[in-house]
Design a binder for this molecule. Structure first.
Ligand code: UT7
Length: 331
């Protein structure tokens, strides 16, 4: 059995900065409410002409550069997103074409905030079995084009941002340097607590003129309910990873949680009795970028020197589905 390791990480966020005051012009909200309840100060939103594929390509090229690889070295693409450019085909296929990656396979993963870790686990299994040697995994989202910009949608709209992160995962020659363990969970009975109902194939036809004017086409969330589950599942799945790898929480150099809410991150840190420097946060700058949040954070943590050769890093996510997941990686 082979081992898989992270060979390169990259990220890209759009230039346009949307701060909390910008929302005050659109809906009944305030900078104070958004900061206090979420820790978010600003987020990036795309401008017209920039698509999910564009963000993904920029992050991927950076990850390839860090891995000292070219697109033709990649054997397989995994693309995690809940905001694909088209209903179908998946954006993974579009990225394969954009990168000029011959006819390699491209898989889209739809596991929302857990999408990146689900993709990481899939990549890990493919590399362990020897099926592939170099896999490009991307988490990329354009949330801003699917949000309700009125007061009715304020609980969700102020939280989300656009961006992309990518990693190159490769076969490891060093048994110490590897993805040590991954853990994936879902509990579909909570599906409707955080979802986007329409357009969908339960309806016939899928899309009507009337439907376009309903709030059903926007994401909706039972915020307190999601919060309560998140602060339980995050610590649980982190402990699961630590126990599986036989390491203590004090051995972990950095925990990178999915960036959903600063209050969730703080609650998880306190429950696990981790030091502040052991937990990464950049939610103030980018908001919640769903499948992109962990690879963006990982990329910034490497650039800031908070992840170095030999660092033990724990990733964890919780989100719509509900899904939750973790991974422990030795860099
Ligand atoms: O990444 C996927 C996973 N997502 C999450 O993990 C998010 C989990 N949930 C949360 O982060 C929080 O529940 C929120 C940030 C969404 C909301 O914070 P909260 O402290 O749970 O607030 P709340 O939902 O209990 O709402 C408190 C009040 C309500 O008014 P009333 O009923 O007390 O009069 C809301 O209507 O705040 C109101 N409110 C707002 N006020 C100003 C909701 N959104 C806003 C807003 N601006 N944007």
């Amino acid at each position: 059995m082979y081992k898989a390791m992270i060979a390169g990480v990259g990220h890209y966020v759009p230039d346009q900065v949307i701060n909390n005051f910008d929302f005050e012009k659109l809906m009944d909200t305030s900078d104070e409410w958004i900061r206090e309840r979420s820790g978010i100060v600003e987020r990036r939103w795309v401008k017209d002409g920039e698509n999910n594929l564009d963000l993904a390509e920029k992050a991927s090229l950076q990850a390839l550069e860090q891995a000292s690889m070219k697109p033709e070295d990649i054997d397989f693409i995994i693309f995690a997103t809940l905001s694909p450019d088209y209903f179908f085909p998946g954006t993974g296929c579009l990225l394969q074409e954009r990168m000029g990656s011959s006819t390699i396979g491209a898989l889209d993963v739809r596991n929302q905030c857990s999408g990146f870790i689900y993709g990481l686990s899939i990549a890990d299994q493919f590399i362990k079995t020897g099926m592939y040697k170099n896999i490009l995994l991307v988490g990329s989202e354009i949330q801003s084009r699917g949000l309700n910009m009125s007061t009715e949608g304020r609980d969700v709209t102020v939280l989300f941002g656009d961006g992309a992160g990518a990693v190159v995962i490769t076969r490891s020659d060093d048994p110490q340097k590897a993805i040590l363990t991954t853990h994936l969970h879902a509990e579909g009975r909570h599906a409707k607590e955080l979802w986007c109902e329409d357009p969908g194939s339960v309806r016939n036809p899928r899309l009507t003129h009337e439907l376009i004017d309903t709030p059903n086409v926007f994401p909706s969330m039972n915020g307190r309910y999601v919060f309560k589950h998140a602060v339980t599942r995050f610590p649980e799945v982190i402990i699961e990873a630590l126990q599986a790898a036989g390491v203590d929480r004090s051995d972990v150099d950095l925990v990178i949680p999915h960036q959903a809410n600063q209050r969730i991150t703080d609650a998880v840190r306190m429950r696990l009795e981790l030091k502040e420097e052991q937990v990464y946060s950049n939610i103030a700058k980018y908001g919640n970028t769903t499948a992109a949040s962990i690879p963006i954070a990982m990329s910034e943590a490497i650039a800031e020197g908070r992840i170095k050769d030999g660092s033990l890093v724990c990733l964890a996510a919780f989100g719509s589905g509900f899904t939750w997941s973790s991974a422990l990686i030795r860099f």
